[in-house]
Every structure is written in C-alpha cells, then in structure tokens.
Design a protein around this ligand. Structure first.
Ligand code: AGP
Length: 608
C-alpha cells in the first residue's frame, strides 16, 4: 500500500509533492520518487529508503515545474531498490506513472510488451503500465490510459503524466483509494485526504472504474469503460490539517494515545441518553434486530481484536451469537450467511482490501452489512448498508491506538443498543452501563497521567527481552491479544497472547527464568482462576506484571502491578488497553525503534 500524489497549478510542484508524500508516508516507506515536467522534459528523481532520502537527493538541485507526480512505496513486487522505485516510465520516458495496488497479470503483459521491443528496468508489476500506455498512445493521453487499464487485472490507483500533453494529469481508480483535491487554479490527486488538506477541504472521492483528467483550470471525471462524463459531488472534509500534526509529541503514536479521552467523548457524543443508545446513521428496525440469529464481526489486525471484545459484549448483553472472523479467511471460507445474518465489518482506514472484500461477499450473500469505520468517505463506509463512524480523527501512527479505543466504545454502545431492541437489558442495567461508559474518558485520562512514569520504568526492565507473553481470561484475553500485537509491531519483540487457562496445555514450556508475562486480571468471576495461572508462571521463573482494577489487593501475586480505575467488568478493556499501549510504546522507544513507521508495515493494507 503505497502513497501517490499529484499536482498541477502555478506553484512549485516539488515542495507541494514532497509535503504531500510526508502526509502519506504511513502508507509505505521503502522508497520514494518524484517526476516533474520542467517545460522541456519530464525529470525523474527516485531513491530507495525513506522520504528523507529523496528530500536529500533533490535538496541541492530541486526539480523545477508546476506539474508532477510522486510516490512513497510499500514493496510488494520487487525488493526495495532504486530501480524498483516509482515513478516508472516507458522506454522513451514520455509516459511516467505512479501506482498504488497490485497488477496480477503483469508477467503476461510484460512478456507481450518485450516481444514488441519494450525494455524493462525493474522487477515491479507497475512498470508494465507506462509501456502499455505508450503502446496505445495515438495523440490522446486519456484514451491511451483507458485502453491500457482495460488490459490490467488487479487493484490500482494511478497518476499519469505524459510529455505529449504535459499540462494535465490522468488519475484512475480501481480497488485502491484515490481522491482529487480542488483548489481554484490548482488541483491535486492523492491516495488519501491528509495529503491535500493543507491546500483544500474540497475533494472528489473517486469510485472504482472512474478516471479524472486534471489541469490547473478544471477537473473532469469519466467512466473508464464508456468514457462518459460523470457529474460528481464534491466531498467537504471536516478534519483540519493540525489534526495530522505531532503537536509537540515525539511520535504520532504517543500523541494518539493521549487523544483517547477525547476519542471516547467524540464516539459517545450525541449517542447516549440515560437508558438508551441512538445511532442516527443506523437504520435497523427493532423487527430486523430481533430477526438476527447470527452476527459476524469481520476485520483485520487491531480491528479484528476489537471484534473479539464485541463478541463478549453482544453475546452477554443482547444474547445474539457472534462469530469473529479474520477478513482474509472469511472471504474464502463460504461463511453461512442468510437474510437473518448481520455482518459487521470494522476498519480504521475503511480501505483494507480483505475487509472490503468480506463486506462485498457478505452483501452478495444477502446479509445486512454494518460498518464501524474511522475514515469518513472511505470505500467501506460508502459500500456498507449502515455505518457507525468512530470519530477518532486522522490516525497517522501505523500502530493503531485511538481507533481501537473508538471501536471498543462503539461496540459497547452497539451491544447495549441491540440488547435494548431485544428487551434483554432493563432500564436499570442499561443506565448502569451507560453511566460507567460516560465515565471512561476521565478514567483513561487518569491512567495516562498517573501511570506513565511507572510504565516508563517497567519498559526499561523489559526492553532487553526478546520474548514476552500476555495472558488473561474472558474479555481480558481479547485485550491481551491487542497488547501483544502492539508490542510485536513496534518493538519487534516476539510476543504471544494466551487464554490464561490454556498455558499449561503446552506454552508453559516456554516460560523460564526472567521471561516477562503481562497478566490482565480484571474479570471478578474468574479472578481466582487467573491468579492461579499467574502462580504457575511465577513457579517457572516468569516475571509477571499484573494489570488489575485499583483496590484489588493481590499485590503479592505480581512482580509489578499496574492499577486501572474500577469500572464494570465488561467495560474493563477500554482501561486495560491503555497501559499496554504505553508499555509497548516506551519499550519501543527504549529499543530505539521507529515507533510511527515500524519496519515491513504500513497503515492501510489495500492489497490482498
Ligand atoms: C494495527 O496497529 C495495525 N496497523 C493493523 O493490524 C491494522 O489494525 C489492520 O491493518 C487493519 O486496518 P484497518 O483498521 O484500517 O482496516
């Protein structure tokens, strides 16, 4: 999942394109490149490594021009290297292309083009595109692009610049996000809104099978297949550029952890009353809710982990069976779906390819599809039958934190909403949960304020370790999984999470002197059981940090203890996740890791 950006206007395109790439770097940082038309020719500057390497490369002699395209890469086909960096061009350099996605039939196309004499200089799938466009060019770049993309199989968001028609850019979208930024006498193309937000809050969000012809004066949207002109609505963005800045924090991840009290407030705003929850954007009637005999929650990574919490909450409160599926499995396993099935897809970016495909699979099989999404106007949000927006604002750090907490908050509200519709939760019980829910922002703020120093110290102890384990029972286990993922993805420590009672069935063999184990112990009904599992670990030399509710006097059970404010057992996840996020963050900092841009990862996974 790469980031592409394009500009045409009167300003110096280099600085605008580099600034746009900076806002997209969370999408991939294996290599970067820029191509501009300088009035005579198209210049190409690209290098392996982070955007800062490209900035260094062009700093002495910045390319000149008012029109250009640029790219930051997450390698799929061809290892990170300068030849494999984008933009890619055809043999004569007349057509240059930036691409986000995967061309599945590139090998066959490459063979065909080689037979026609085309020379290739990279191992990428993308390079076939400029050669194809060049092959079809007969004086109309838009037409040549249409013919070329008709030959492509796969996912692609493209930006195209040609020497023959250097006053315009062509943009094309198929199964990969693309927006067009509008700003009077200058226009932009980009993989995501933050890249254009410094210049405009008005965008066209392209749909699959659409292309745009962009000059400094106008933007026209066409259907790729029919070349029909499309009258598209302008989308007004309600995020301000500052939201995508670090605001004095060392990393976006730490800033986003600190934003979580606000995230919860925004997610519950206008949706709670004393005993009930209302979701303006959900049109599910009481009859429909009562008709659901099965719910699937489908997602990837951290979003999938929020689904595990949803299972506990919805089954416990609304008594509807919930199955939680990893999207890349769900879409190929022929899930049992019928008209009494509600499928809930969850996604921060709203663009994750497997989750989007699972949504389409669910709808194709007659299920009602509800989406929990953070990114407004994203593909999953627009294709779902109903959307619950998380309202966490832009999340830049690759490791998701505030979006996860927003997802949990929305799932608790949804569980109460479904339970009330099914008369499974009386006024008193519902009011008690809603009261506890509305206290969570302040309680999260308290943990961040009071526990950070203790956790920083703990991180120093754990930072030297190469293995770690997280354990918990019931809803604590689902947070243990998320805590383990956070530690893995930003500190590169090998970490696993287990239901606490499962350890003795094998994994306990891995526990030896000094191994860090984080034990979540907030579920009163199984507390004794969890504590006996902690004893098993300690008996083998494990160093155990307990995450418990304040006032739970089991200090002697743990080597270290992190206390979170008391809330309803079922709501504990929103509190216990915070210390785990902070612990992973400070361990990664202690190990000198690139916290916001961990190796081999990217923020939004738009390919299979
Ligand atoms: C989480 O920290 C990761 N960035 C990753 O697992 C992420 O949750 C997953 O890729 C799903 O992304 P989405 O929520 O944007 O669909």
């Amino acid at each position: 999942m790469c980031g592409i950006v394009g500009y045409v206007g009167e300003q110096d395109a280099t600085s605008i394109l580099l600034a746009g790439l900076k806002k997209l770097e969370y999408r991939g940082y294996d290599s970067a490149g820029i191509a501009l038309y300088n009035g005579l020719e198209i210049t190409l500057d690209k290098t392996v490594g982070k955007l800062s390497e490209l900035e260094k490369l062009v700093s002495n002699n910045p390319p000149k021009g008012n029109i250009g395209i640029a790219h930051t890469r997450w390698a799929t086909h061809g290892k990170p290297s300068s030849p494999n960096s984008h933009p890619h061009s055809c043999c004569c350099g007349d057509v240059v292309v930036v691409h986000n996605g995967i061309i599945e039939n590139y090998v066959k196309l490459k063979e065909e083009l080689k037979e026609k004499g085309h020379q290739f200089s990279s191992a990428t799938d993308t390079e076939v595109i400029p050669h194809l466009i060049d092959e079809y060019y007969e004086g109309d770049i838009k037409d040549a692009v249409r013919k070329a993309v008709a030959r492509l199989k796969g996912a692609y968001a493209l930006g195209v610049l040609s020497l023959q028609e250097p006053d315009r850019l062509i943009a094309v979208r198929q199964d990969s996000p693309l927006v067009i930024g509008l700003n009077g006498n200058e226009n932009f193309l980009a993989s995501d809104i933050p890249a254009v937000l410094d210049h405009t809050d008005e965008v066209y969000i392209l749909d699959d099978g659409e292309m745009a012809e962009i000059t400094d004066k106008q933007v026209e949207i066409f259907n790729v297949e029919t070349a029909q002109l499309i009258d598209k609505d302008i989308f007004k963005v309600d995020w301000d550029p500052g939201m995508a800045e670090k605001s004095g924090f060392d990393h976006f991840m730490l800033k986003e952890i600190h934003e979580q009290p606000e995230t919860i407030r925004k997610s519950i705003a206008g949706r709670l009353n004393e005993t009930d929850i209302k979701f303006d954007e959900v049109n599910l009637s009481q009859e429909e809710i009562k008709s659901y005999s099965r719910i699937y929650v489908v997602a990837c990574g951290t979003a999938y982990h929020s689904g595990l919490v949803a299972k506990y909450a919805i089954e416990d409160l609304a008594k509807i069976p919930v199955e939680v599926d990893v999207a890349s499995e769900f879409r190929y396993r022929n899930p049992l779906i019928d008209e009494n099935t509600l499928v809930i897809v969850v996604s921060q970016s709203g663009e994750t390819a497997d989750t989007l495909a699972a949504l389409r699979e669910a709808k194709a099989n007659g299920a009602r599809a509800l989406a929990l999404v953070n990114t407004v106007g994203s593909t999953i949000a627009r294709e779902a039958d109903d959307v619950i927006y998380i309202h966490a604002g832009p999340e830049i750090a690759v490791a998701s934190t505030k979006a996860y907490i927003g997802m949990l908050s929305c799932f608790y509200m949804l569980a109460i909403y479904l339970a009330r519709a099914k008369n499974k939760l009386n006024d008193q019980a519902s009011a008690k949960l809603i009261k506890a829910l509305s206290k969570l922002p302040e309680q999260v703020g308290k943990i961040i304020k009071e526990d950070t120093d203790k956790i920083k110290q703990l991180a120093k102890n754990y930072a030297k370790q190469e293995h770690a384990f997280f354990i918990g029972r019931k809803i604590d286990y689902s947070v243990a999984l998320e805590g383990s993922l956070k530690l893995k993805e930003i500190s590169y420590i090998h970490s696993e999470a287990y239901p606490a009672g499962e350890l003795k069935h094998g994994t306990l063999a891995l526990i030896e002197e000094g191994i860090p184990v984080i034990a979540l112990a907030t579920q009163t009904s199984v507390l004794d059981k969890t504590l006996s599992n902690v004893k098993e670990v300690k008996a083998r030399g494990g160093v155990v940090t307990g995450v418990v509710f304040v006032g739970q006097e089991e200090k002697e059970q743990f080597d270290y203890q992190i206390e979170v404010p008391k809330t309803e057992d079922i709501l504990s996840t929103i509190l216990t996740a915070i210390p785990l996020q902070l612990l992973s963050y400070y361990i990664a900092v202690e190990r000198g890791c690139d916290v916001d841009q961990p190796r081999n990862l990217a923020k939004s996974v738009t390919v299979e």
